[in-house]
Design a protein around this ligand. Structure first.
Ligand code: GLN
Length: 236
């Protein structure tokens, strides 16, 4: 099982991601520079957080047009996994690989704090080690995390259980007052219809080590690894 962490100019969570997979999970992981186009050896592509291209135009807008993105689309078409975290989620919406858009936070401020999110769907490669309704404490750090989508697509997201995480209270109440950035229906993360491309604003890689004081983010990576192990077993 091989992980690839994409590096755009001004990504800044790529090293956290690499460190976690390499040193905590002891997995096979490589950085992939954004001009690379041959990514066929990777099972999982990770689009990390950061300020790629300085958030020029809109966060993720420039990266979505980078040379590597055609290959990432093809990787996803084959059913392989893609996860976009924060800036990575912004890239995926800008590219059209996930619906909707991430606009400026409602309070027009950059928000950096711990929040709580509720796991709404555990039947995915990214959440199979979570309990349905489980509440995770997890950090956010963004200026453009306010998820918007048109009403028709929102209906679709709901009917296909594509809303994976919602901002909530410590005890799991999903209410406006626990929504840090103004996202529609407290949406913190969604998956594509095929179920292999996930985008989330919170940062699981920032809460996956004892040293960081919180390991709840590991559930996401444990899920991915579990999924891949099952797949490898099946394929012999
Ligand atoms: N942590 C990040 O990935 C930053 C996200 C993004 N550039 C923003 O501020 O909205």
């Amino acid at each position: 099982m091989k992980f690839g962490v994409v590096v755009f100019p001004a990504s800044n969570c790529d090293r956290d991601m690499y460190n976690l997979l390499k040193n905590v999970y002891q997995k096979d992981v490589e950085y992939i520079w954004y001009t690379q186009t041959n990514i066929s050896k990777f099972d999982v592509i990770i689009l990390p957080g950061g300020f790629s291209y300085g958030d020029y135009l809109r966060a993720g807008a420039m990266s979505a047009r980078a040379p590597i993105m055609d290959s990432i689309e093809e990787h996803a078409r084959k059913g392989k996994l893609v996860i976009g975290i924060c800036n990575g989620f912004q890239v995926l919406t800008e590219r059209g690989m996930l619906p909707g858009a991430l606009i400026q936070n409602k309070n027009i401020r950059f928000i950096c704090q711990d929040v709580f999110i509720k796991v709404e769907n555990t039947n995915t490669p990214f959440t199979n080690q979570c309990q349905k309704g489980q509440v995770l404490k997890i950090p956010i750090a963004h200026g453009e995390g306010n998820y918007v989508v048109d009403k028709e697509v929102l209906k679709e997201l709901k009917s296909y259980s594509q809303i994976i995480f919602r901002y909530c209270s410590e005890t799991g109440e999903v209410e406006k007052k626990y929504n840090p950035n103004g996202s529609m229906e407290n949406i913190a993360g969604i998956i594509n219809k095929e179920g292999n491309v996930l985008g989330m604003m919170p940062h699981p890689e920032r809460c996956s080590e004892e040293l960081l004081g919180n390991t709840q983010g590991r559930l996401i990576f444990d899920s991915i690894i579990h999924y891949l192990e099952c797949k490898e077993k099946k394929e012999g």
